[in-house]
Ligand binder design. Structure first.
Ligand SMILES: *Cc1c(COP(=O)(O)O)cnc(C)c1O
Length: 224
């Protein structure tokens, strides 16, 4: 896909976001997993600043190549404890915090950098195969994140189970409910990350403030 095509796709997604948001601010995270640094550079030239990656090492290689650009990097893939040090040192946001154990590890390895922005990932449809904490566990996990000045609790992230507009809409609405109660308790909470290429307009209609779009921007991915 050439630069022009990418620019056209970005413009189309932005227009659809604006329509769905009806005046509310919504940010676009460009999900660049399995795409080369050159593709990120092309989108950055179009004004895109926030990029999402699933694998720590893959992200580090691209960050090194793109160090001349002022980009914001989000980790959106599952986080193993042995990757926390590298994640805390190289990302601006980690969206996949889903258990107590990794919270102090991220904090310890953040050092003197600005606080790491953290989202709690929720397994909103209670799927056995999915990362994310249970909805009931959000409050306690939030409190443990807030204990560390190296971390900044910004909100929630979810990947609902595949489904039709009704079941997806219901999952997004349940996330919005959890988000509203978390935000009422903690002043730093301002980000609800939900919605991907196939469902971002629905997610925005239900309250998403950050959508994560990969294939609709970069084209289909080939699995490694
Ligand atoms: C890959 C991925 C996306 C992007 O998915 P698309 O359907 O390509 O838009 C969003 N969020 C997460 C957590 C992902 O792993």
């Amino acid at each position: 896909m050439d630069t022009e095509e990418k620019a056209a796709r970005l413009a189309d997604i932005k227009a659809r976001m604006t329509r769905a948001a009806a005046g509310r601010p919504v940010r676009l995270l460009a999900v660049s997993k399995l795409k080369p640094a050159s593709a990120i550079r092309e989108l950055a030239a179009q004004g895109q600043t926030e990029f999402g990656e699933n694998y720590v090492q893959e992200a580090q290689a691209k960050q090194a190549e793109l160090a001349d650009l002022p980009l914001t990097w989000h980790l959106i893939g599952p986080l193993q404890s042995n990757k926390c040090a590298a994640a805390a040192a190289t990302f601006d946001w980690v969206q996949s915090v889903d258990r107590e154990k990794i919270v102090p590890l991220l904090a310890q390895h953040r050092g003197n950098r600005p606080p790491l922005n953290v989202l709690i990932q929720v397994n909103i449809d209670d799927e056995a195969s999915k990362s994310g904490c249970r909805p009931e566990a959000v409050s306690a996990l939030a409190v443990s994140i807030l204990r560390f000045p190296e971390l900044r609790l910004r909100g929630l992230m979810a990947i609902p189970a595949p489904g039709d507009a009704n079941t997806l809409g219901s999952a997004f609405r349940r996330m919005a409910g959890l988000f509203d109660s978390l935000r009422a308790q903690h002043a730093s909470v301002d980000t609800l990350s939900m919605g991907m290429s196939d469902d971002f307009e629905l997610a925005i209609a239900e309250g998403a403030s950050l959508i994560r779009v990969g294939s609709a921007l970069f084209g289909a991915r080939i699995s490694p």
